[in-house]
Write a protein that binds this ligand. Structure first.
Ligand code: AVJ
Length: 328
């Protein structure tokens, strides 16, 4: 994706989504350089257990995963963040690997590539793109004639592929979009390849509220930063002090919802997209949904997308599941 395309889709998405009822902003835009750094800080918070639980599961089961998938030569990670999840995983093998990293954030890609430069057996290829566009680009690469012929014979002369969708990144997709993403991943893979998915499970509401509205205020800063980004990149005049962070658990939809709530009636202008907004006091901009799953819900969803045998490891304390699904 060229920077100009990225910039114009940000402008289009902001113009469109801020005029919806209720007002919204797509959560992918939370991750500019500062947003990615704030998210990395969230992962260090004692109240946000996803990252620690997942790392422990990856470290505990990586040998098993590599043994199961041998010969594994290619890893595609959707949303690598700072690269530490993948770093933990690849400590389980000394075989040569190519890692394709797909992320909307250039800063995250640079940091992930740097983290992985410690692993001598891993060659990194970065794709600054949405998960969908990145998968399309990688699929085009993989459909070279020699590989296409091998796929028809259902063999793996060039090794197997493992797609990683970790950190509960799946949680930002609603049911339809998640199904479409899993279908797309399944279609990219050849028989014997696999998807490793890390997903946060439903847990007590008080734990969820602490994870998404932490006492240190990092979650709030992470959320508010999207307004700062609009001010900087689209010449907006959002007053960050006139909004507060709100997180709520929506049990009917099994998701955490994150909002920016206007603390007073106000007029906002976003110059670069010619947008004028009148916000009422208490009016909310919906900035993120984080869906929470059940262990069975995850395996059902993977089977519906066409995956075959599934292995699952669960951290009961953190209520987090790591699920490995093979293709048939
Ligand atoms: C990176 C999407 C998995 O939903 O838990 C953290 C982002 N939002 N705190 C999540 C997030 C608020 C995170 N994901």
């Amino acid at each position: 994706m060229t920077p100009s395309t990225a910039a114009s889709s940000f402008a289009d998405d902001v113009r469109h989504s801020l005029q919806l009822a209720p007002r919204q902003l797509p959560s992918q835009y939370l991750y500019d350089a500062l947003g990615s750094a704030l998210f990395d800080a969230i992962c260090e918070l004692p109240w946000y257990g996803i990252t620690r639980a997942e790392n422990a599961l990856l470290a505990g089961h990586r040998a098993e995963i590599f043994a199961e998938l041998a010969p594994l030569t290619r890893i595609v990670e959707l949303g690598p963040g700072d690269g530490r999840k993948l770093q933990t995983l690849v400590e389980g093998t000394s075989e040569p690997l190519t890692a394709h990293l797909v992320d909307v954030s250039a800063g995250a890609l640079a940091r992930a590539a740097y983290t992985l430069s410690d692993a001598p057996n891993v060659a990194v290829v970065t794709h600054q793109a949405s998960f969908e566009d990145g998968l399309d680009a990688i699929t085009r690469d993989l459909r070279r004639p020699a590989i296409a012929a091998a796929r028809v014979r259902h063999t793996h002369p060039d090794g197997r592929t493992l797609v990683l969708l970790l950190g509960s990144n799946i949680g930002n997709f609603d049911a339809l979009a998640a199904a479409a993403l899993l279908d797309r991943i399944c279609a990219l893979l050849a028989p014997g390849d696999a998807l490793l998915m890390g997903a946060d499970l439903v847990k007590p509401e008080r734990d969820l509220l602490l994870a998404y509205n932490d006492p240190l205020g990092v979650s709030g800063a992470f959320n508010l930063n999207v307004l700062l980004r609009i001010n900087r990149e689209l010449d907006g005049n959002f007053d960050l002090r006139a909004f507060r962070h709100r997180s709520v658990w929506n049990p009917a939809c099994s998701r955490m919802e994150m909002f920016l709530v206007a603390t007073r009636r106000q007029h906002v202008r976003v110059e670069a997209i010619g947008l004028e907004l009148e916000l009422e006091e208490g009016e909310a901009i919906w900035t993120e949904s984080s869906y929470k799953y059940t262990a069975e819900g995850l395996t059902d969803q993977l089977e519906r997308a066409g995956f075959g045998p599934v292995a699952q490891w669960i951290d009961r304390d953190a209520a987090f599941a790591l699920t490995l699904a093979r293709t048939i």
